[in-house]
Design a protein around this ligand. Sequence first.
Ligand SMILES: NC(=O)c1ccc[n+]([C@@H]2O[C@H](COP(=O)([O-])OP(=O)(O)OC[C@H]3O[C@@H](n4cnc5c(N)ncnc54)[C@H](OP(=O)(O)O)[C@@H]3O)[C@@H](O)[C@H]2O)c1
Length: 355
Amino acid sequence: MTTSLKDLSIAVVGATGAVGAEFFRIAEERYSQLPKIKALASSRSVGKRLTVGSQELVVEEATEDSFAGVDIAFIGVTSEVSRRLAPAAVAAGAVVIDDGSAFRMRDDVPLVVPEVNGADVEWHSGILSIPNCSTTPLVMAAHPLHQVNPIVRIMASTYQSASGAGGAPMVELREQAQDVLDGKPARTEAIGQQLAFNVIPRIDRFGDDGYTFEEQKMRQETQKIMHAPQIRFSATCVRVPVYITHCAAVNIEFERPMSTDEARQLMNDLPGLTVMDDPSQDSYPMPWDVTGKDDVFVGRIRQDSSHPNGLVMWIAADNLRKGAALNSLQIAEELVARNCLKPNQTQQVKSVARG
Ligand SMILES: NC(=O)c1ccc[n+]([C@@H]2O[C@H](COP(=O)([O-])OP(=O)(O)OC[C@H]3O[C@@H](n4cnc5c(N)ncnc54)[C@H](OP(=O)(O)O)[C@@H]3O)[C@@H](O)[C@H]2O)c1
């Protein structure tokens, strides 16, 4: 008999966070019957009650002992906590789908966007990762084009919302806006700087080369997911005062010229990607319209006036949905569909041999 998600037992670590809340909303929308859910968070949230479908959940503290009987552990917490809990979940027999950056670049961890590299779920050894919330929409747009005309170089400037940094920055953005309007100094605990009525050209810490860790992640993750380490990549990641949905202005250089019509057709054919591109009607994706939708949206597709083999486009996606919770659920669906919930033994042996 084929397993289905509803027959499984899942744990959601980070159940009280921005991604956790979206995860439950999507699960309710997506499945008529939900799996058995265990809601886990920090000790601060113990006893909180959540209603998901017909299940009344009481939040428990996530510890190394939380995973007995769990088939899939969705982990959406800080990297430090993931590093502590994920191995314990795997040892207890669960497969881990991790939202953070703790494991993404490990050789034995598939980094998966199912529409792009779904087959990579087949070689996991217990842990799989989702990409950064700016990488996912970018690879969704780039992948179908790369299949017919190899990409040589990508340049991206992102416009990332407050929720990309979690629930607390969303609350702080609202408070900052009120403080600024009231002529008071803005509180900057969660975001670190004033985001209200401002843009911040730094996400995460700076590296020695002047790029931020977020920009480095976008490059490395794109190359890993697309199996294309040769793609040259440069990004500037910027936080903007928007609640939800990340956007990016992207220049893509190909080996050969590509027409905008061909690009539109190729992208339209990818499930989960919607081309919204009619400048004459002022139709292009914006956060206010995209938030709450599952698809990645692409518009403003045009020839790059600075390169004969280049295209320019504007990409927008709900960072809490396709950028996080939805992609995690789709990875779980892919694991079930391919009958790959158990780790690939051959890969495990390889990992052990690598030490
Ligand atoms: N936000 C996005 O767009 C996005 C996109 C892709 C990936 N991610 C990744 O997803 C993860 C969660 O992000 P988020 O936006 O949901 O953050 P968030 O809103 O700040 O939520 C963090 C969650 O982690 C829990 N937590 C904190 N410390 C913990 C501990 N010691 N043990 C167990 N649980 C703990 C919190 O529980 P309490 O409520 O009890 O504190 C809360 O449920 C991060 O790794 C982030 O990088 C986020």
